[in-house]
Design a binder for this molecule. Structure first.
Ligand SMILES: Cc1ncc(COP(=O)(O)O)c(C=O)c1O
Length: 460
């Protein structure tokens, strides 16, 4: 029983910090003796996975030694060897010629800007208007004053933390969540409250999220309802409404990261309507967007959409670190907005095909692994048949394949049974990568790994 509870915790199905039923309740519900329940809890406590608080109950926790997360992403590397299959980051090169064409157009526009000082702390009006129009098309009335241009979505979240959260504040996240966001929360000395995604539907567990909101009253909730990274899940309108209601009650400000909203890979994406954007459900929602995923990460252009007062606070917070974004990149971005839909349509077609290749290869070569086909985004969230993702990624690195284990998308030590596999590479590279993954998995003694106690896996 202790191993079962530990595995649920380390796989992210039970969140750290939750109170377990009392030993007496557990014994009654499971029809076991009280002594059995007590010894299971004793064993968890001995493995530092449970803490007993007198008068309050028994709570799950992660041992401090469970730091299995490492700099698995390319972000932490200074260089990369030629021939590496890099699946550690979910992003794409720009479509051929599109940046070149936009840059050529900008050469004619930049002169007018160069005659003024060039500091636009909120972003150039032309781009702010394009972003505002983008939201209006999604059914959310938006004025230019509600838009702040940033150097990408990550910058946007950092600004939200800087301006709206204090050290020690709680920030609710999904589990798994985007590592860059988890790292930003940590860097701001805020505390992440991770709520596991629903393992049956792959979407939000709105009951768990509602109680986490009410119990811990987080200052912010960082959520990705529009093609969640890493699972690719799309959250329905009803679930969004429920979470918006709970957040209103707990006084929590919702920050939605919509980096992947354009990467809709549903079969009938052109005719399927999207759920209501979170900003359309509550005027206090802060939305983060970016051209990094639909167009190109090298542009470093993103934005924040919020009420105008919040936009002003965020702009003031920004000025403390950097004065304003680069005008030329913003002009290029404005130009690209003119046919965003056209560029995205090409992207979607390529990505849907690559996703299908990846899923087919995984099913063929690793049939014991489970994947819910992602509705959108750039990656598949894969459940292995043993909690050994970090060991697998270390071995793969020696063969020139870079991948992120599930633990990068979690609080320290969790989600060792999961792997994120992006499908941003070309089909032939994906086939080669899955071949190497399958070969390496067979080399690992998975039978032995599956039998190992979860607590010994984290502290190893
Ligand atoms: C969910 C999410 N948000 C933000 C980012 C960073 O995006 P940007 O390049 O816009 O800063 C990424 C990049 O992978 C991401 O996956």
């Amino acid at each position: 029983m202790a191993d079962g509870i530990a595995a649920l915790l380390l796989d992210g199905r039970l969140a750290p910090g939750i109170r377990l039923p009392s030993e007496r309740e557990l014994a009654t519900v499971l029809s076991i003796s009280r002594a059995t329940a007590t010894s299971a809890y004793d064993e968890l406590a001995a493995g530092s996975l449970l803490v007993r608080r007198r008068g309050a109950g028994s709570f799950l926790r992660l041992p401090s030694a469970a730091q299995v997360t490492g700099p698995g992403s390319r972000m932490a590397r200074n260089s990369r060897e030629a021939g590496t299959l890099d699946l550690s980051i979910a992003s794409l090169p720009a479509l051929p010629g599109i940046i070149e064409a936009a840059t050529a157009q900008v050469a004619e526009l930049v002169g007018a800007y160069a005659r003024a000082d060039g500091y636009h702390p909120y972003g150039i009006t032309q781009l702010r208007e394009a972003v505002a129009e983008h939201y209006r098309k999604r059914g959310v009335p938006t004025t230019v004053e509600q838009v702040l241009i940033t150097n990408g979505a990550q910058h946007g979240f950092d600004l939200a933390l800087r301006a709206l959260a204090m050290a020690g504040d709680r920030v609710l996240t999904e589990l798994p969540s985007y590592p860059g966001a988890l790292e930003a929360i940590k860097a701001h000395s805020a505390r992440a409250v991770a709520v596991p995604m629903d393992f049956h539907t792959g979407g939000w567990d709105t009951v768990a999220m509602g109680s986490a909101l009410l119990q811990s009253s987080p200052r912010l909730a960082y959520l990705m309802p529009d093609f969640h990274n890493p699972t690719g899940a799309l959250i329905g309108t009803e679930q969004r409404e429920r979470v918006a209601r709970s957040a209103r009650r707990s006084g929590t400000r919702i920050v939605v990261d919509e980096s992947f909203v354009e990467i809709d890979l549903r079969q009938e994406a052109d005719t399927c309507s999207m759920p209501v954007p979170m900003a359309g459900l509550d005027s206090s929602v802060i939305s983060l967007g970016s051209l990094s995923k639909p167009i190109w990460g090298g542009l470093r252009v993103g934005w924040i959409r919020a009420d105008s007062e919040t936009v002003q606070r965020l702009a003031v917070a920004r000025a403390r670190g950097d004065m304003a974004g680069a005008v030329i990149e913003q002009l290029i971005a404005s130009t690209l907005f003119q046919d965003l839909a056209g560029a995205v349509a090409v992207r979607r077609k390529e990505l849907a095909a690559q996703r299908d290749v990846l899923l087919a290869e995984l099913a063929r070569q690793l049939s014991g692994w489970q994947v819910t086909p992602p509705a959108g985004g750039l990656s598949a969230w894969v459940e292995l048949d043993a909690p050994a993702a970090t060991a697998l990624t270390h071995r793969l690195e020696q063969k020139g394949v870079l991948l992120s284990p599930g633990s990068r998308f979690a609080l320290d030590g969790m989600l060792e049974r999961f792997l994120r596999i992006p499908f941003a590479l070309q089909a032939d590279q994906l086939v080669r990568a899955v071949g190497l993954i399958a070969e390496t998995w067979r080399e690992l003694d998975t039978a032995q790994l599956a039998g190992r106690r979860p607590s010994s896996l984290v502290t190893a």
